[in-house]
Write a protein that binds this ligand. Structure first.
Ligand code: NAD
Length: 285
């Protein structure tokens, strides 16, 4: 059944790619947003699997508890500390970073939280635009602003911001204007951090096609309705149609890329984008 192809899988021990890196210790903290679901949850688990202390934040506190329970179940090396908070609220952002700093040396920030809204430009509710902008663009900037001073205070004065962009940060589909604009903007933020970081504070973005998460499963019906096609056609034609690799990515595949970017293997990745889209944006038939 089509739905099976997009059912969000859970992370197992074997999925976690371990990277030998001197900075991947429990003294160092990786702050992950959107950690209550999908890619953020997988990133929290992979960071903990690599020995980091994880400050896991999300507005969905139940989801966060499930993430940290999964970390315990997998007996991961690093701990996952759930910190509830709403990224549209500045006081929450400040509290989240302060709490992360209580856990150790804040060295990595993964900006993953995001939402989707599907409507044409003419119909697009400005309140939805503002909310998406706050969660997906303003919060990553404000979190970076608050985390960078902590990066500078770590033992080697280095740190890294990883931003979850999308193929929608490279090219766009109709009826997703706020998402498209946010993802293009996030790549601008990534490059801005790199420009000011002198190679010591690095930044990178990750751009993927469709990943098996609730964000995707939940938009199947709206997209089908908007385009006047079936859910099966949305998966085959819209989501995988332009990809040469006919298989959707799993959240843990993306999570492993975050850790690669944070690690010493990523030391020349600065302002760049990891375009892992199965050939979606750079080829056409
Ligand atoms: P998801 O819906 O599984 O997870 C998103 C998380 O963000 C949720 O746990 C949600 O509670 C959290 N969130 C939403 N609003 C928030 C707020 N105001 N404050 C704090 N947390 C909030 O989605 P996902 O697919 O894992 O998406 C994660 C990121 O990856 C998003 O930025 C998305 O744009 C991006 N992305 C996803 C795909 C995909 O196909 N799934 C592809 C490319 C990029």
């Amino acid at each position: 059944m089509a739905q099976d192809q997009v059912t969000p899988p859970s992370v197992s021990q074997d999925d976690i790619h371990r990277i030998d890196d001197d900075s991947f210790t429990d003294r160092n903290v990786c702050l992950v947003t959107g950690a209550g679901s999908g890619i953020g949850r997988a990133t929290a688990l992979v960071a903990a699997g690599n020995g980091l202390t994880v400050a896991a934040t999300d507005v969905d506190e139940e989801g966060l508890e499930e993430t940290s329970a999964r970390g315990t179940e997998l007996d991961l090396e690093g701990t996952i500390e759930p910190i509830g908070g709403d990224l549209t609220v500045d006081d929450d952002i400040e509290r989240i970073v302060d709490r992360a700093a209580d856990l150790g040396d804040v060295k990595y920030l993964a900006n993953v939280a995001g939402i989707q809204h599907i409507d044409s430009i003419e119909e697009f509710p400005m309140a939805a635009y503002d909310r998406m902008h706050r969660i997906m663009l303003r919060a990553p900037l404000y979190l970076s602003k608050r985390c960078i001073p902590h990066f500078r205070e770590t033992e080697d004065g280095r740190g890294c911001v990883g931003n979850m962009a999308s193929v929608h940060g490279h090219y766009v589909t109709s009826d997703k204007v706020a998402y498209n604009v946010s993802k293009f903007g996030l790549r601008g933020l990534t490059q801005s951090i790199a420009a000011e970081g002198d190679g010591e504070i690095r930044s990178f973005s990750i751009s993927t096609g469709y990943v098996k998460t609730p964000l995707v499963t939940n938009q199947l019906e709206d997209t089908a309705e908007q385009r006047g096609i079936s859910v099966e056609e949305v998966i085959q034609d819209v989501m995988l149609g332009q990809s040469r690799v006919k298989e959707m990515m799993e959240p843990v595949d993306v999570a492993n890329l975050f850790l690669l970017g944070f690690s010493d293997l990523g030391r020349h990745l600065d302002g760049g984008d990891l375009l892992f889209d199965g050939g979606m944006t750079l080829t056409y038939e």
